[in-house]
Design a protein around this ligand. Structure first.
Ligand SMILES: Cc1cc2nc3c(=O)[nH]c(=O)nc-3n(C[C@H](O)[C@H](O)[C@H](O)COP(=O)(O)O)c2cc1C
Length: 446
């Protein structure tokens, strides 16, 4: 059982490094650092250009931008206009053989790995790239296509280019959204390095992310029961030789995982960001799970274990928080694995877990619910409090001890009004603005 978990975690580490938010058709690790790499791209409106720049910077690679002899103006690119240049070229393949300013990059024959980037136009690679591919010799080269698009995947665009080239080893490549973060692109590039399959490179990429303020967004862990989408924040001046508290915090329904378009919607949530603003540096993780049942609870715990294993986490100071649907999930997660968590903050939610396991492990719990929460009402919070205090009493704790460990906070309408909020369920997240409460949560240690 332990061995299986280890295998899953190791596999997960490799897959996480090899994958990135918004990327599809990912390529397996293949680079060992000895390659001479050229990044080639065409970009009509700058999106692919930004991605290409990050790839080149990460790999310290040479660059070549494909430039049509007659550049595309924004009127040319208006695909809604049936008479625009792109529309005419789309409708008549004969017009797609675009003349290029320079056809062959300098020293082309010396490169053994070529990253080839383009925007998707009507489901395929923008055709100036086809002109480039048709005009150059790809014999002996490994080619990694990458593209940006509004919503289409990379599809068959790479295969179609490989057909035109008629030579070279064309890898599946990947698709990015129009404006992926630099760290998303860098994570993908690092995942392509064979030498990148180690924990030290995880630390290295974490360090690189920290120089940008510590947010590492839209990651995917290929967990035992499927992908787990998450973002995390590492403290400023992150130092892997230190130990940090870990906060696992799960958002409500509106910020859960509903496919690519929802990716990263939990990032601006104050229940995620505000932990990172506390005086004490900590690692903060927020997953976008797909439901609020046992599977999501197991995935939350799997992700916590992944961080404990792969990051410098103070094992006695792992915390959990959940808001609304995220609270339903985390009440299950904490009662499944009370050994993992020192404290749990349960916000505007119902308790779907059990109580006795928490009592056995003396987990501290803070329950917060508006008196007239529109979704749950406050009775569910009172019930959870009663269930927990009964369980802790049954485990032999005195009332004084219980009062130190379990808090029930049910503010009335005036509390919300004072903060300019009328909706008590949505306003539940305001508790994450209260530094005293957040500091209370992280004051416990196992
Ligand atoms: C002519 C044209 C056709 C496009 N077709 C698609 C498409 O089929 N699917 C898609 O998701 N995005 C499509 N897009 C959006 C672009 O792929 C997307 O904005 C891309 O990031 C632009 O990259 P660039 O700024 O490097 O040119 C199209 C854009 C243009 C101008």
């Amino acid at each position: 059982m332990k061995k299986t978990l280890l295998t899953v975690l190791l596999l997960a580490l490799v897959l996480t490094l090899a994958s990135c938010g918004g990327a599809q058709g990912d390529t397996e690790p293949f680079m060992d650092g000895s390659e001479k790499v050229l990044v080639v791209w065409f970009s009509a409106s700058g999106n692919t250009d930004a991605v290409a720049g990050t790839i080149a910077e990460t790999l310290e690679a040479d660059t070549f931008e494909i430039t049509p002899a007659e550049p595309y103006t924004s009127a040319d690119l208006n695909w809604r206009d049936r008479q625009s240049r792109v529309s005419r070229e789309h409708n008549d393949e004969a017009l797609r053989d675009v003349e290029l300013e320079t056809v062959t990059p300098e020293g082309w024959e010396d490169y053994d790995t070529v990253f080839l980037g383009y925007p998707i136009w009507w489901g395929i690679a923008a055709w100036p790239v086809s002109s480039f591919v048709a005009a150059n010799d790809f014999e002996g080269k490994t080619v990694v296509p990458f593209c940006t698009s509004t919503s289409s995947g990379i599809g068959e665009s790479g295969e179609l280019l490989a057909d035109i080239a008629g030579a070279g080893d064309w890898l599946p490549g990947t698709r990015f959204r129009e404006h992926p973060s630099a760290s998303t692109v860098r994570e993908w590039v690092r995942g392509l390095r064979l030498e990148g399959e180690t924990e030290s490179s995880q630390s290295a990429s974490a360090l690189a992310a920290v120089s940008e303020g510590g947010l590492v967004r839209e990651q995917v862990l290929e967990g035992a029961e499927g992908p787990i989408h998450f973002s995390y924040i590492l403290p400023e001046n992150y130092d892997p030789s230190q130990k940090y508290p870990l906060m696992m915090t799960m958002p409500g329904y509106g910020q859960m995982w509903f496919g690519e378009d929802s990716s990263g919607s939990n990032i601006s949530w104050n229940g995620f960001q505000n932990w990172a603003d506390l005086d004490e540096p900590m690692i903060v993780v927020s997953a976008q799970l797909t439901d609020w049942n046992d599977k999501s609870a197991r995935q939350a715990n799997e992700l916590a274990e992944y961080f404990i294993k792969n990051f410098p986490v103070d094992r006695g100071r792992v915390y959990a928080a959940g808001y609304s649907a995220g609270g339903e999930t985390m009440s299950r997660a904490v009662s499944m694995r009370p050994d993992l968590y020192a404290t749990y903050l349960h916000v505007a939610s119902q308790w779907d877990g059990t109580y006795a396991p928490l009592a056995e492990h003396r987990v501290a719990v803070y329950i917060f619910m508006g008196e007239s929460d529109e979704y749950y009402g406050s009775q569910k919070a009172r019930d959870a409090y009663a269930g927990l205090t009964d369980a802790y009493r049954a485990a032999g704790l005195t009332d004084d001890e219980i009062n130190q460990l379990i808090i029930l906070n049910i503010p009335d309408a005036a509390w919300f009004r004072e903060k300019g909020v009328t909706n008590q369920h949505g306003g539940g997240s305001l508790i994450f603005e209260d530094r005293d409460v957040l500091n209370w949560i992280v004051s416990f240690e196992k």
